[in-house]
Design a binder for this molecule. Structure first.
Ligand SMILES: [Zn+2]
Length: 415
């Protein structure tokens, strides 16, 4: 009896969680999204976006021209805060990590939905940014990653206000710091707030599709350590570059699966500092990625075997430095979750045939690792991220902003 009650309670807990409760087919959600998007107030919000193309573009450029290297987001944050203060939001504050958080409260009858866009850029401090427009595109470092999505969030807040839309659930807008380096902004935010968050939408990159899981990324530096010596010293012993060359050749023969999506790259190597010495320490890096932590573990083991064999063959030793590790962010069954199906429906109603992939690499992973249902997508097509030639198409952004707005009202629900 006791066991039965326990099972029933467990079932109730599972059913009350929107991630695992009865998930409907996508077609059902498409109908729900369609009727929502036909509401007069949602149409009024879209009209607001249509009427304000010029000012949206100007604001987007203005934000982009305030450079915000990771860890130095303050000036840009202050500018965003200044805009948010005009929107009659329920709460605007910074957390201890420097994230800027703005809450648009719902009626209290719905879930808490977080929308994240990161404020930081990869560009060096002091870089003067001046946007230029030609042939329907706007060019500026950081214009896409991730300023287009900051602009999308700001515009949707104004559009919701303009159309007097009262959501059921709370919309929490989090402008995060340090996404490009450590994701420490999002990590700290989800750690502090995970009990309160129902769904987490990271807006970063993307336009037509979205991701529902994060790829794991491990970086290593492997060294072969030998005796070294002059070019003219007795051989063997050889230079430590010999086992390095043999190992690299063998590692590139390993089977790296494409499903689950995985990658392996040896990008850097080094040996002696001079031409006329045998290397006593020859090293190379490995960048290992997969959407499956099992694949990463398996490849890691196979690489270790190769290194040990090649070192033993020539009487040397191996030393491995782990530069960084970041496991794949996966929630079992998440592809068929409520959030993923509903997000697919929103994209289809917007006229997209969305690529839905599990190889995201952004703040969404921080949420998924804390067990929070999360996707990542974005508000417009851009090119050349992380380069000085970064650019975005202008016209599609307005449609992308409408998509973000539709995600907001669908997920939070409307009174
Ligand atoms: Zn980004």
């Amino acid at each position: 009896m006791r066991k039965l009650i326990y099972c029933l309670v467990l079932l109730l807990v599972i059913l009350s969680n929107p991630t695992f409760s009865q998930v409907k087919p996508v077609t059902d959600y498409i109908n729900e999204v369609k009727s929502l998007s036909n509401r007069a107030d949602v149409k009024a919000a879209n009209d607001y976006i249509d009427r304000n193309h010029e000012s949206i573009l100007r604001e987007w450029i203005g934000l982009t021209e305030i450079n915000a290297p990771s860890g130095q987001e303050r000036e840009r944050a202050k500018h965003i805060e200044g805009l948010l203060r005009k929107y009659q939001l329920d709460d605007i504050h910074y957390d201890s990590t420097g994230n800027l958080i703005a809450v648009r409260k719902g009626s209290g009858r719905g879930p808490v939905i977080v929308f994240d866009a990161h404020m930081d850029t990869v560009f060096q401090p002091g870089l003067q940014i001046k946007a230029t427009i030609r042939e329907g595109k706007v060019y500026a470092p950081g214009i896409g990653d991730d300023t287009r999505n900051i602009e999308a969030l700001l515009t949707t807040i104004r559009a919701l206000n303009e159309a007097k839309i009262k959501t059921k659930g709370d919309l929490v807008f989090v402008f995060t710091v340090q996404e490009e380096t450590t994701m420490n902004g999002a990590k700290a935010y989800v750690k502090e707030n995970k009990a309160k968050i129902n769904q987490y939408i990271a807006l970063d990159g993307g336009y037509e599709g979205f991701t529902y899981a994060g790829i794991g990324i491990n970086w290593y530096r492997h060294h072969f350590i030998g005796p070294g010596g002059h070019t003219r010293s007795r051989t063997p012993p050889y230079s430590a570059t010999l086992p390095l060359a043999r190992a690299i050749d063998r590692i590139y023969q390993l089977k790296v699966p494409t499903n689950p999506s995985s990658n392996l790259n040896i990008g850097m190597l080094g040996g002696s500092e001079v031409v006329n010495a045998k290397a006593s320490d020859a090293w190379f890096t490995v960048d290992l990625r997969s959407t499956s932590n099992e694949v990463i573990a398996d490849l890691e083991k196979q690489i270790k075997t190769i290194l040990d064999e090649e070192a033993a063959r020539i009487g040397m030793t191996v030393k491995t430095d782990v530069i960084s590790t970041s496991p794949a962010a996966v929630i079992p069954g998440h592809r068929e979750s409520y959030l993923v199906r509903m997000s697919e429906a929103v994209h289809r109603v917007m006229g997209f045939d969305p690529p839905i992939t599990n190889a995201g690499s952004n703040n969404s992973s921080a949420a998924l690792r804390e067990g929070i249902s999360s996707i990542s997508t974005g508000a417009g097509p851009c090119d050349g991220a992380h380069s000085l030639a970064e650019n975005c198409e202008i016209e599609p952004l307005y449609k992308g902003i409408k998509k973000v707005l539709l995600l907001e009202v669908t997920l939070a629900g409307v009174e």
